[in-house]
Write a protein that binds this ligand. Structure first.
Ligand code: FE2
Length: 259
């Protein structure tokens, strides 16, 4: 399996706090069946309390973790990336080399403040798309507009935005409402990839792609489980087309409590 969202790099954001923790996270991912993991530290210029991202530091941490994995013979291929904070200037920083896209392919992982409007998110995403990047939207299930009405994602999916559901949401780690939303999103084709967003054992945010994969196979099919955890991430890293399940409207979600 391929995990395209993690905070495995140590001492750069709220992810792992030491090289040892990073190696432990990698070992847990390998035991879970992951062969390729993208290291995607938070890259934000406007919110500095939880990240001290500098591209040189990200490269240095990546080299340190790769060397440790090679030395300890942990068979995990680590690739670079950034969880880009969707803010004005983000595209320019990416183009200037101050943020790392996924190491292969031409794709970026983008997150937004949770209260963003769909219009504001789309405007920033379109900028990336116009510049030739495929956009993977990090944890769509957390945005307030999605909690109010998950069908807001339908036109975004039609415009090629890849929705990354976080395993914790689907598995109930974030509560029963989030689990219900995650399940509905999977069943209605509103998810194109699963990822862990693992931050490290200290936060209890651990590799659990295998369990989420099993849940998708139970909910829909083995074929979809394979697509969300292997085929689609592979296509993103190869700049190849996805063959997603056709999305459909969710009719039984009560978002009024989030209005
Ligand atoms: Fe993240």
């Amino acid at each position: 399996m391929i995990d395209l969202h993690s905070h495995i790099l140590h001492n750069i954001d709220d992810g792992t706090r030491s090289l040892q923790e990073a190696v432990a996270l990698a070992r847990a991912a390998v035991a879970d069946g992951v062969t390729i993991m993208a290291a995607t530290p938070h890259g934000a210029s406007s919110v500095s309390t939880w990240t001290r991202y500098e591209v040189d530091l990200a490269r240095k941490r990546l080299a340190e973790v790769r060397a440790a994995l090679a030395h300890e013979e942990v068979p995990l291929q680590l690739i670079s990336g950034t969880e880009i904070y969707g803010e004005p200037g983000a595209l320019e920083r990416l183009q200037a080399g101050a943020l790392l896209p996924y190491e292969t392919g031409r794709a970026v992982l983008v997150e937004f403040p949770l209260h963003i409007t769909p219009q504001a998110a789309e405007q920033i995403i379109f900028g990336f798309q116009l510049a030739g990047y495929r956009v993977v939207l990090a944890h769509p299930e957390r945005y307030h507009f999605v909690l109010r009405d998950p069908n807001t994602l339908l036109p975004m999916i039609e415009r090629g935005i890849v929705m990354q559901l976080t395993c914790d949401a689907l598995l109930g780690v974030q509560g029963s409402r989030m689990k219900m939303l995650g399940e509905l999103m999977v069943q209605h084709g509103l998810v194109q990839i699963l990822a862990t967003d693992a931050h490290g054992l200290h936060l209890g945010r651990v590799p659990n792609l295998g369990a989420a994969r099993i849940r998708v196979a139970q909910l829909v099919s083995e074929q979809l489980a394979d697509a969300l955890t292997r085929l689609h991430p592979e296509a993103i890293l190869a700049d190849a087309p996805l063959t997603p399940m056709p999305p459909s409207r969710i009719r039984n979600w009560d978002g009024s409590r989030y209005a």
